[in-house]
Design a protein around this ligand. Structure first.
Ligand SMILES: Nc1nc2c(c(=O)[nH]1)N[C@H]1C(S)=C(S)[C@@H](COP(=O)(O)OP(=O)(O)OC[C@H]3O[C@@H](n4cnc5c(=O)[nH]c(N)nc54)[C@H](O)[C@@H]3O)O[C@H]1N2
Ligand SMILES: Nc1nc2c(c(=O)[nH]1)N[C@H]1C(S)=C(S)[C@@H](COP(=O)(O)OP(=O)(O)OC[C@H]3O[C@@H](n4cnc5c(=O)[nH]c(N)nc54)[C@H](O)[C@@H]3O)O[C@H]1N2
Ligand code: SF4
Ligand SMILES: [Mo]
Length: 742
């Protein structure tokens, strides 16, 4: 029998979005191949090792097979098989009963992006709850909480990126906490980075770890202590200013709050950045020596990078999102934007404005969302707090839309997400909260596997993998295309796609017609949203739906590269920055008004982080532990696929000096611990991580033994649930710990 080649695509939240072919033989997927594409690189999108292994991960014998309900204690992992109709009836009844008893705000849909196609279970669950009274919504993501919040204080927008192809115009590239060789960061960035390297451009990496990108690409790796980036940037600003290398004309024309003569009216007496650097307020001059003590980076290195960044023009300092997933992450972001302005790299080809770095995407198909009758929202990171003390939470906790939440969370949808346990901070705390069934009364999970989160479900449903359903894929952060994921095989066992069974629930709740947009099944819904877009974008001449599904990819017509703020800089008269003042706000009156100058200063400056080297607990837990997004997994996805383990075995990176002082040798089993928990893991002794810092890639499946020690190496066993000061985001790379030989 001949093989069938079915166009599919990656729909996990993985930093890329690749078109693939599933090779189907006798009803089974036997191999993954790249989708043949006529385009040249970088527009030929090539899959990574995970993608070529999708069938091994997603079609293994460890798949969940039937709907189940919990029979043991919550979290114990004991379940009993039920039918789909029982599951649907139970879910519908709990949605109604808990809504009637505690109100709309007791119903919550957890963050989770295991499935990031155009039709997503979580978005559909929100639609269902909107149609039946409302739900507690959330804002912020686990990806970019700090930068999405902090960047607009400076620039008024998060669209601060230049297109990847513009990297060819950069004469110097600084990857600051940025590791795209592993994280992808869109499907084109790495091609242009390699190309820039070929053309002899200097590339520098600033990271506590010598990342894969640093190894393959960078001329220089600068190892820095986590959470201290703003101190290094302040030191760089000092060098630039004291050697008069700044672009003063740019600062004078476009910024407020840089120096005393450019303060907003009425704020003349407040701190400005330049006087801060020269020690006017605290008698500390922010010299490279000062910065070196804090960051661990030699003062001469700071001097040299500062001079290069100020004199090699244009230069792109690219801020990854790792540094902002820290306890003072907002500050790091603002410090980066400060340096970009100081060197006049904003709004020009080859430069970079720093900050979030979003680039406008072409319009992609979208399923309409229904208006939520309940207006309150929490920061997504504070959902465990909302279970614990929801009815006490106010604006101080980041609640928006209402003054105070009406009720704690009583019902959670957790669909294609491992956030319930694995991906959220402080797992032992989360487990304590969720084990108490008088707090959150009902948890619905849909997943492919018995993950750490799935074990905490009351109703556990078998999801359909990418091979068993259909979807439309859209680019991750950047890219001019959309993809079609065709159904390659029939659903395994009793697996069902979330939209399918939610439609059944909607019928029980009497809102089927609205929920399904007039009775559309999944294919009908995808066709409808695609055709809508096709009608809207007439100039694109998109093919008909059938052709699109057969080809598996549609490329939009090429647009000129995006340069953030090009108009604001070239024609400022009629292009003010979208901030209250119309200028770039180095000093932010809105941040001053927060009234918390030690954690949320009005100017970008180094503020020691909680869970950082400045903190009291540092004496007890003197090592900083960072995580990162490894090529071996997409978050927690693929952890159960052992064939990928060789790519990057789960180990803790430790500097030889720290290993020696603790009597640790390569491959020894060690404990990594703090007050929140303990991990047992093998050591990888390597000078690819700076002294005083440990690194464990995030996303391993939490696997506690009978003492609660995690045996797999899940960083969130040790991370804190305390939110960052401004964004109320996740500081998951800021972890103080100690170690011992096991
Ligand atoms: N310590 C630490 N924690 C972090 C981070 C960090 O850097 N450090 N990063 C954070 C970030 S940036 C993010 S985005 C979050 C990610 O958090 P999540 O989105 O929760 O992470 P994933 O592991 O991608 O979760 C995907 C789940 O979906 C399931 N799944 C995969 N495919 C399908 C499918 O087709 N159908 C169904 N039903 N299920 C499917 C997988 O089995 C998995 O359990 O984690 C955050 N957590
Ligand atoms: N392979 C793979 N790729 C992915 C994902 C995945 O799970 N796997 N997830 C995707 C998703 S959803 C997201 S949000 C992105 C995340 O993308 P990022 O947030 O950029 O990724 P991270 O690996 O968390 O961090 C990037 C680098 O920052 C470094 N870093 C950590 N703390 C600090 C610090 O304090 N200072 C400095 N200078 N550097 C620091 C880390 O060592 C790491 O090398 O990746 C996407 N791409
Ligand atoms: S995991 Fe992401 S980068 Fe890798 S093949 Fe799949 S879509 Fe592409
Ligand atoms: Mo993310």
């Amino acid at each position: 029998m001949t093989d069938r080649l079915v166009p599919v695509c990656g729909i996990n939240n993985c930093g890329g979005r690749c078109p693939l072919l599933a090779v189907v033989r006798d009803g089974r997927v036997v191999e993954m191949r790249p989708l043949p594409q006529s385009a040249e690189p970088p527009f030929r999108i090539t899959p990574c090792a995970r993608g070529l292994s999708y069938h091994k991960t997603f079609l293994g014998s460890d798949r969940l097979r039937y709907p189940m309900k919990r029979v043991g204690e919550r979290g114990e992992g004991k379940f009993e098989r039920i039918s789909w109709s029982e599951a649907v009836a139970e879910i519908a009844s709990k949605i109604s009963r808990l809504g009637a008893q505690y109100g709309a705000s007791s119903r919550y849909v957890n963050y989770g992006f295991g499935l990031d196609g155009v039709v997503r279970g979580n978005a559909m669950a929100k639609n269902l709850l909107s149609l039946t009274g409302g739900f507690l919504d959330s804002y912020n993501s686990y990806s970019t909480a700090c930068t999405s919040y902090a960047t607009p204080y400076t620039y008024g927008t998060t669209e601060t990126g230049n297109s990847a192809e513009d990297l060819l115009n950069s004469k110097l590239i600084i990857l600051w906490g940025h590791n795209p060789f592993e994280s992808g960061f869109g499907s084109e960035v790495n091609f242009y980075l390699r190309e820039a390297k070929k053309r002899g451009r200097e590339i520098i990496s600033v990271d506590p770890r010598q990342s894969d990108t640093a190894v393959s690409l960078a001329d220089t790796w600068i190892g820095i202590r986590p959470t201290t980036d703003s101190a290094m940037m302040d030191g760089m600003a000092y060098v630039i200013l004291s050697e008069s290398l700044q672009n003063q004309a740019f600062m004078d024309k476009f910024c407020i709050g840089f120096d005393s003569s450019h303060m907003p009216p009425g704020m003349e007496g407040e701190e400005n950045y330049k006087d801060y650097v020269f020690g006017k307020y605290d008698n500390i001059v922010k010299t490279p020596e000062w910065a070196s003590d804090i960051t661990g980076v030699p003062a001469d290195t700071i001097r040299s990078v500062a001079r290069k960044y100020a004199t090699i023009h244009p230069a792109a300092l690219l801020q990854g999102w790792g540094p902002q997933r820290n306890a003072n992450g907002e500050q790091t972001v603002r410090s980066g934007t400060m340096l970009a302005c100081l060197t006049g790299n904003v709004g020009i080809p080859g430069g970079s404005a720093c900050g979030y770095g979003l680039i406008p995407l072409p319009k992609t198909p979208e399923v309409p969302t229904f208006q939520n009758p309940y207006k309150g929202k929490i920061p997504s990171f504070l959902w465990t707090d909302a279970v614990l003390r929801g009815d006490e939470m106010t604006g101080r906790d980041g609640v928006v839309g209402v003054k105070k939440l009406a009720a704690p969370i009583k019902l959670i949808f957790n669909l294609a997400g491992n956030m319930l346990i694995n991906q959220h901070s402080d797992i032992n705390r989360t487990m304590r909260i969720l084990k108490d069934t008088s707090m959150c009364e009902f948890i619905i999970c849909s997943d492919l596997f018995m993950t750490p989160s799935a074990k905490f479900a009351d109703i556990l449903l078998p999801g359909a993998s990418m091979f068993e359903t259909e979807n439309i894929g859209k680019p991750w952060r950047e890219g001019g295309y959309i993809l079609y994921c065709n159904r390659a095989i029939e659903p395994l066992y009793e697996s069902r796609f979330e939209y399918d069974w939610l439609s059944d629930v909607s019928r029980e709740l009497g809102v089927y017609d609205e929920f399904t947009f007039g009775g559309k099944d999944l294919r009908g819904l995808l066709e409808w949203v695609y055709n809508d877009l096709r009608a809207l974008l007439k100039n694109e001449e998109m093919p008909d739906f059938e052709t699109f599904t057969k080809e598996g990819i549609y490329r939009y017509k090429k647009k000129p590269p995006f340069i953030a703020f090009a108009d604001n800089i070239a024609r400022p008269e009629n292009h003010p920055f979208p901030t209250p003042s119309g200028k770039i706000e180095i000093f932010s009156p809105r941040l001053l008004a927060k009234g918390n100058p030690s954690e949320i200063p009005a100017i970008p400056k180094y503020t020691p982080a909680f869970e950082g080297p400045g903190e009291e607990r540092f004496a007890k837990y003197p090592l900083q532990l960072v995580g990162w997004h490894t090529k071996r997994r997409t978050h927690s996805i693929h952890d159960n696929n052992l064939s990928l383990e060789q790519i990057d075995p789960q180990k803790v990176w430790i500097n030889p000096a720290d290993a020696m002082s603790h009597g640790i040798q390569d491959d020894d089993e060690i404990f990594v611990f703090n007050d929140r928990g303990r991990i047992r893991i093998k050591a990888r002794v390597t000078d690819r991580v700076v002294k005083g810092v440990l690194a464990i890639s995030q996303g391993a499946w939490h696997t506690p033994d009978s003492d609660g020690t995690d045996l797999r190496g899940c960083v969130n066993t040790l991370s804190t649930s305390r939110p960052t000061p401004l964004a109320k985001g996740n500081p998951q790379h800021s972890n103080l710990v100690d170690i011992a030989l096991a």
